[in-house]
Design a protein around this ligand. Structure first.
Ligand code: SF4
Length: 384
């Protein structure tokens, strides 16, 4: 296999992204689901060809860390053998489709996603981050997730196609009509200059007359809560990350049939009557602060890190009101947005940034872990 094409944004499996700890290889599960054998194979692949760390992204993709240029070809062969790989980079780029994780076989979400997949080749060349949300259950759940064109339901139960940035959408009579309208809107987006803005929510052109935005979606549901679910059980991933070993343990019970991905750092493990508590290393409490904190792998996983991040992130969990970002260096891979508290490693110690990104000017520098806690106590940390 040829060398990987390394890109600086929107990594995939065909186009991994270079990071401090090697290549990031992003896997887009078809229909947002992996069978039990696929997830077991992915756990093995994460250990054999990467660092063993698996991340769940905000677009519900799984990301293997620590892959090298020499292990990437074997990883790609493994993904292909497991039906986890698109046939080529262009198809992978286009298949930027997020599904409401609680779809049922042949319901509108499942059917629309399959139809869109079959018609992917009809999409125009879109900016790299443009994506689709198929969220046609009784009420939308993906409103907080990044997507440019959405298939949802109106309060009346009718299917609705909505362009991001617009509070209302266009009702349609069938799944086929919804997918056809999404495809037509994608072409309109490009033809009306959308490539310049890059995303639908930033695109200022008025919607075309054949896609009037006059019907509101049904009231949104929140993210699916951790714990029991009619399809199985939802587990949380601390900092959006899990080791292959822990994930393997979670799917060990024989009644597990598969895993569905979500954009909320939660995995829906499909199983009948799965009543076991969350395995060690996964979360079961919806209030757990680690569901929202950002921490890069740090040392020893990343050679650019001079500090370990994960232990300190654990110790800080629940102690700060606001967002927290732990970064092994000032590159800030885990979070681009400012955080209430950001700690970055430098020379084996921490720089502390308030209300900023990892590359912002620190309020304090060269702190040991205990000095970090002393600093936070002195400034009344919960109100940072
Ligand atoms: S931010 Fe973390 S993962 Fe990224 S290069 Fe720095 S230490 Fe490595």
């Amino acid at each position: 296999m040829a060398k990987p094409r390394i890109k600086g944004w929107c990594p995939g499996a065909w186009q991994p992204m270079a990071s401090g700890d090697g290549l990031l290889v992003r896997v887009r599960p078809f229909q947002g689901r992996l069978s039990r054998s696929q997830i077991l194979a992915l756990c093995d692949a994460a250990e054999d060809f990467g660092s063993g760390l698996i991340e769940l992204t905000s677009r519900a993709n799984l990301q293997l860390r620590g892959v090298t240029e020499s292990t990437w070809p074997a990883l790609m062969a493994c993904l292909a053998a497991q039906d986890l790989l698109d046939p080529d980079p262009a198809t992978e780029r286009r298949r930027n489709v997020l599904l409401a994780p609680d779809w049922q076989p042949d319901d509108a979400t499942d059917a629309a996603a399959r139809l869109l997949l079959a018609r992917l080749g009809e999409l125009p060349e879109l900016p790299g981050k443009v994506g689709f949300a198929i969220d046609a259950g009784p009420a939308p759940v993906l409103g907080g997730a990044s997507a440019d064109f959405r298939i949802e339901r109106a309060a009346s139960g009718a299917l609705l196609v909505r362009a991001d940035g617009h509070a209302q959408g266009t009702p349609v009579h069938s799944v086929a009509a919804a997918v056809a309208l999404v495809l037509r809107l994608a072409h309109w987006f490009v033809d009306s200059g959308g490539r310049v803005s890059g995303r639908m929510r930033r695109h200022r052109a008025p919607l075309p007359p054949w896609a009037p935005a006059g019907t509101a979606p049904a009231a949104a549901r929140g993210p699916l809560p951790l714990g029991a679910h009619p399809l199985g059980r939802l587990y949380g991933l601390p900092f959006g990350r899990v080791t292959a070993q822990v994930l393997r343990a979670a799917i060990e019970p024989k009644q597990v049939t598969g895993v569905r991905v979500t954009p909320w750092r939660r995995l829906l493990v499909e199983a009948d009557c799965l009543s076991v508590p969350a395995p060690a290393g996964l979360l079961s409490d919806n209030r757990d602060a680690r569901l929202g904190m950002d921490a890069c792998p740090g040392a020893p996983h990343c050679e650019q890190a001079s500090v370990a991040t994960l232990d300190l992130a654990e110790r800080l969990s629940g102690r700060i009101d606001g967002s927290v970002h732990l970064s092994g260096c000032s590159k800030g891979c885990a979070r681009q947005a400012p955080a209430t508290l950001c700690l970055t490693g430098r020379g084996g110690r921490f720089d502390l940034i308030r209300d900023g990104r990892a590359d912002a000017t620190p309020a304090a520098t060269g702190l040991t872990e205990s000095e970090v806690f002393a600093y936070l106590e002195n400034i009344d940390a919960p109100r940072l």
